[in-house]
Design a protein around this ligand. Structure first.
Ligand code: GLU
Length: 445
């Protein structure tokens, strides 16, 4: 760690004790922006960094609900409104047993830069609950979503804070959340993105994070005169993002050879094609099942652990934070992986990223590569405001353009700060400059 960062991190650590993921995300950004602060001392004197690492608002609340046995359950809900310099707070809701304040703060912090990279007018926020959708009935999910919204509604709004989905929050949950919001405020407004097509949603929104990640990776390959045709790709999570990445990769002639849940993975050496791909579509998004169901249905053994020991040309982690550590990274390198692109948020530990840098593996950071989801959320907001609907082709074209723009901004910024091909530095610096300039222009608020 460079010494100005180490010194600053002492203070951030003292103010956010035990928030491991949040501190990791902050440190990663700070490391990248040291050269910016050297070149622009005005950010230091305006204490932009001190302001930037402090969320504008953190809301934590009780979510009581009644399960199918009539038993009261109590979960904890969060909404972190991190930064509104670029627009209304924007970012997903995550429902997963692992959710805590550190995780929502790290996600909201990252979201601030990710959203800035899209160049659409969106600030950064994130929320969620330690509620797990797995094993719950539809009625339980509905009661939980309604209870969650009973508090959240007072903090959000189409021009204030616009949540969306994330891990554990798909079309069904968005529907229940939106319905309860509408009932409480008596207004039909674009308060959430990822809505159904018949009630304000956008075409391509559900595909956007997965397609966008692949479009970003395509740009990285194209710059080296390569394409996905014939490439072997390892992915992990097979939810909304993972499945749609798989679908686009199949379309581009790649072979996706793995999917994984938290404990096991499946290796399909010939790829998940045709009926197998259709089965993967339903596995989480319809049935909320683990890879055990796939293993039993297709008679393919499931393997314990993570999928990163499987030989591949490209790895696209699509599950959770810190799912690739230094040992996984070494295995990927040893088996010939040349490109790692983050579909999930912060899936590679800093040590893993060091391994990739050291071995010349090209690395696309999540806050740039997976920005397609929130980018199309931004397009959904525009369509809601204009009360219009764009065609599938129109939204897809805009998504591609945005991903290319983000890719080019990362490269150009990295280059201008003397770190050619360092997409992580480029993403952090480009995102930082946009947010910092907006904050400075708006004064001490
Ligand atoms: N959860 C997604 C993300 O991490 C989407 C957020 C949104 O659409 O607001 O970017």
């Amino acid at each position: 760690m460079s010494s100005p960062v180490a010194e600053f991190m002492l203070d951030v650590t003292a103010r956010n004790p035990g928030e491991r993921e949040f501190l990791q995300a902050v440190e990663e950004v700070l490391e990248s922006i040291v050269p910016v602060l050297d070149r622009h001392p005005e950010y230091r004197s305006a204490r932009i960094i001190q302001q930037l690492v402090e969320p504008e608002r953190v809301v934590s609340f009780r979510v009581p609900w009644v399960d199918d046995r009539g038993q009261t359950q109590v979960n904890r809900g969060f909404r972190v409104q991190f930064n509104s310099a670029m627009g209304p707070y924007k970012g997903g809701l995550r429902f997963h047993a692992s959710v805590n304040q550190s995780i929502v703060k790290f996600l909201a912090f990252e979201q601030t830069f990710k959203n800035a990279l899209t160049t659409l007018p969106m600030g950064g926020g994130k929320g969620g609950s330690d509620f797990s959708v797995r094993g719950k009935s539809d009625e339980e999910i509905m009661r939980f979503c309604q209870a969650f919204m009973n508090e959240l509604f007072r903090h959000v709004g189409a021009d204030t804070d616009v949540p969306a989905g994330d891990v554990g929050v798909g079309g069904r949950e968005i529907g229940y959340l939106f319905g309860q919001y509408k009932r409480l405020v008596n207004r039909f407004e674009g308060v959430i993105t990822g809505k159904g097509l018949a009630w304000g949603g956008s075409l391509i929104r559900k595909e956007a994070a997965g397609y966008g990640t692949v479009y970003f990776a395509q740009e990285m390959l194209a710059r080296r005169g390569e394409s996905f045709a014939g490439k072997t790709v390892a992915i992990s999570g097979y939810g909304n993002l993972g499945f749609h990445a798989l679908e686009k990769l199949n379309e581009l002639g790649a072979k996706v050879v793995t999917i994984a849940d938290e404990d096991f993975y499946i290796h399909e050496p010939d790829g998940f094609k045709g009926e197998k791909a259709a089965y993967v579509h339903d596995l989480w998004m319809v049935h909320h099942q683990t890879v055990q169901a796939y293993s039993e249905h297709w008679n393919v053994p499931m393997q314990p652990g993570r999928p990163w020991a499987v030989p591949c040309d490209v790895a696209i982690p699509t599950a959770a934070q810190n799912e690739i550590d230094a040992d996984d990274a070494k295995r990927l390198v040893a088996h010939g992986c040349k490109l790692v692109v983050e579909g999930a948020n912060m899936p590679c530990t800093p040590e893993a990223v060091d391994v990739f840098r050291h071995h010349g593996v090209l690395y696309g950071p999540g806050k740039a590569a997976n920005a397609g989801g929130v980018a199309v959320s931004g397009l959904e907001m525009s369509q809601n405001s204009a009360r219009s609907n764009w065609s599938r082709e129109e939204v897809d074209r805009r998504l591609r353009e945005i991903m290319k723009r983000i890719h080019d901004a990362c490269l150009e910024t990295a280059e201008s700060y003397g770190q050619p091909d360092d997409y992580a530095a480029g993403a952090n610096i480009a995102g930082f400059l946009r947010v910092a300039n907006a904050m400075q222009a708006q004064g001490v608020v």
